[in-house]
Design a protein around this ligand. Structure first.
Ligand SMILES: NC(=O)c1ccc[n+]([C@@H]2O[C@H](COP(=O)([O-])OP(=O)(O)OC[C@H]3O[C@@H](n4cnc5c(N)ncnc54)[C@H](OP(=O)(O)O)[C@@H]3O)[C@@H](O)[C@H]2O)c1
Length: 290
């Protein structure tokens, strides 16, 4: 399963599942670009990857995916500097115990976990299409089952905010985004799939103070390692077994049916339109067609 000659971009690769994914792709010979929000943490990740894969070809990009202006800037930089892009792994996400808004005034979980995937992917689609066969891998979660559907009336949960509910809602959006994007990319040579990585001991939730970090450390003792958690992302990014497979939800490297709300194609279309509006991505400018 060599990835020699392939270029892969992984978001949120400064820790956890993203770092394990970036390392594995580099070990398979891919040129790996890492998108991080903190340059120093990004450099440290590169050092750790180089320690394991001394001849790794790595490149670092910096953007806070909670800022749509930064996403647009970094997408431009990527398009200017990466002549090819064969794999995009949308992995960066966060969980907020208290309701938080981004610089754009959007609830942070929805902004980073869903709109971040949506906007970055759409802006990079021209390069993925040119590089076809290409793959998009969206890291979702079984937490999508925490909600029964997209909250179209109040996607930012001004009412009824609960950290797990809002996180699950963003992960449901990842699956619906994957289905609608797969539909739009039919025949393009660019496939898109999503996955649940399992329960994995990572930094997820560690932005919520010392108490949350302690709780995560304790429950993490019973969780999988980031390397185990990255297995399905790596499979979808690189395995010949899934060549041409698109629109699927995978758990433990196998295609699985997500909850009914995640198979609602009308909701997927509506979410796409809402996401276009929230990101200012005019339908005519959306590289994915309609
Ligand atoms: N861990 C689990 O049990 C589990 C289960 C199901 C699904 N998942 C999914 O797995 C993916 C990876 O999460 P993880 O568990 O590996 O967590 P993690 O260790 O906390 O990694 C999250 C990554 O996202 C980055 N990130 C967060 N907010 C960002 C922003 N605004 N802009 C740019 N980067 C940002 C973080 O960067 P910093 O280093 O700057 O914070 C970090 O690199 C997520 O999509 C998560 O929803 C995880």
């Amino acid at each position: 399963m060599t990835l020699q000659g392939k270029t892969c971009l992984v978001t949120g690769a400064t820790s956890g599942i993203g770092e394990a994914t970036a390392l594995a792709l580099a070990a398979r010979g891919a040129a790996v670009a890492i998108l991080c929000r903190d340059a120093e943490r990004g450099e440290q990740t590169c050092e750790r990857i180089r320690a394991a894969v001394p001849d790794a070809s790595l490149r670092l990009y910096r953007a806070d995916l909670g800022s749509q202006a930064e996403i647009r800037d970094v997408a431009r930089e990527i398009l200017d500097t990466l002549p090819e892009l064969h794999v995009l792994v949308n992995n960066a996400a966060a969980l907020h115990v208290s309701r938080t808004e981004t610089i754009d005034g959007i609830e942070a979980t929805f902004a980073v976990n869903h709109l971040g995937y949506f906007l970055l992917t759409n802006l990079l689609l021209p390069r993925l299409r040119e590089s076809a066969p290409a793959r998009i891998v969206n890291v979702a979660s079984d937490a999508h089952k925490f909600v029964g559907g997209i909250n179209f009336e109040d996607p930012g949960y001004e009412e009824g905010y609960g950290a797990m509910r809002v996180y699950g809602h963003s992960k449901l959006a990842n699956i619906l985004f994957t289905r609608e994007l797969a539909r739009r990319l039919e025949g393009s040579g660019v496939s898109v799939n999503c996955l649940h990585p399992g329960a994995v001991a990572t930094g997820l939730g560690s932005n919520n103070g010392a108490w949350a970090r302690l709780v995560m450390k304790i429950v993490g003792l019973f969780f999988n390692s980031p390397e185990q958690g990255a297995a399905t992302s790596i499979h979808l990014a690189s395995s010949p077994e899934v060549e041409g497979v698109t629109g699927g939800y995978f758990v433990r490297c196998r295609e699985t049916e997500p909850a009914a709300a995640a198979r609602d194609d009308e909701a997927a279309r509506r979410l796409w339109a809402v996401s276009e509006e929230m990101t200012g991505l005019a339908p005519s400018a959306a590289a994915a067609g309609s």
